[in-house]
Design a protein around this ligand. Sequence first.
Ligand SMILES: NC(=O)C1=CN([C@@H]2O[C@H](COP(=O)(O)OP(=O)(O)OC[C@H]3O[C@@H](n4cnc5c(N)ncnc54)[C@H](OP(=O)(O)O)[C@@H]3O)[C@@H](O)[C@H]2O)C=CC1
Ligand SMILES: O=C(OP(=O)(O)O)[C@H](O)COP(=O)(O)O
Length: 354
Amino acid sequence: MLHVGINGFGTIGKRVADAVRVQPDMTVAGVAKRSPNFEATIADDRGYDLYAADGREPFDEADLATAGTVHDLIETSDVIVDTTPSGVGAANASLYAEHDTPAIFQGGEDAAVADVSFNARANYENAVGADTARVVSCNTTGLSRLLAPLKESYGVEKSRVTLVRRGADPGQTGRGPINDTLPDPVEIPSHHGPDVQTIFPDLDIDTMGMKVPTTQMHTHSVNVTLESEPTTEEVTSLLTDESRLFLIPETLGIDGAGKLKEYTRDAGRPRGDVWENCIWAESITVEGRDLYLFQAIHQEADVVPENIDAIRALSERTASAEKSIRRTDEALGVGRGLVEHDGSPQRVDSHADD
Ligand SMILES: NC(=O)C1=CN([C@@H]2O[C@H](COP(=O)(O)OP(=O)(O)OC[C@H]3O[C@@H](n4cnc5c(N)ncnc54)[C@H](OP(=O)(O)O)[C@@H]3O)[C@@H](O)[C@H]2O)C=CC1
Ligand SMILES: O=C(OP(=O)(O)O)[C@H](O)COP(=O)(O)O
């Protein structure tokens, strides 16, 4: 059983902890944070040992028991997942190295923070046995999952993506925009294209980003010029077979992120999380060698299964990406409760060959 410590128990950290908890081959060694806020009480309720990232006093004052400092957590963990805010992860890197504890960082850090930038579908193998990996950001994860099968099956000559980015997560009350649409970043390409190239170094990709006043999900308008000329049906079938891509059937009447989140809440997903890229099936269009589609990415959730696979890769639990992805998906429930794009009841999560 792998003991996984989680340093940072916010939007991503609490989801990673819950995802670790349901895996058959790993357990939560504990979680670290700075303040005894509502998320600390949730960690306590869940039975996770709480460690103080910045002194135990605030927790003592709030009558919340701590099991030690973040150093103790790192020492007792086989792997650490750093889910602290952008920049803090890089500052923590030397701490993990001192304790000789393999560490996983998040997409808010620069690529240089880790040996490997990681996406399970695209380059799991590169992280097997590495000391450190960086799970790329939510948008980059969404693009990598889509581009990997397209690249393998048809070759990609050029990708052009416009990302309409949610302005803030639901809990980020201090953020905007409130009543505006911002080119963000205004420079072109946005950081997403170069970030995708940390996964696919030779891929030709241009990205432009905007921020809009929604907390629900990001939306991508995608155009990929392929090297061959598949039909729309062939691409649809290829993408349908990918476990972390969900093709939204037209019959569901889901016209935006609001209904998507409602659907996954109705389907019983924890926190309404959408771990899959959600591609509108009727948007998939091939004209000549040009593929067009729209996809929605749930920023709080899509990197969660990737973190679980990164833990397995670093700790060499399996060298097979396919095996790790299937194990993660089954334990977490990726695909579960969602209908197939042709309207048939549900994805099958069969692990008969594991
Ligand atoms: N939110 C998103 O949409 C996504 C975020 N990411 C990336 O994931 C990482 C984490 O982001 P997110 O979960 O949103 O961040 P949050 O702000 O929601 O959570 C950060 C957590 O880290 C804790 N923390 C803050 N400072 C420190 C510190 N110095 N040492 C230890 N813990 C600390 C906070 O604790 P406390 O509250 O006690 O201060 C909090 O529990 C970032 O790199 C981000 O770019 C990637 C994909 C999507
Ligand atoms: O990694 C994310 O987005 P990004 O891929 O646009 O950088 C997360 O949604 C966090 O984005 P934020 O930096 O706007 O909070």
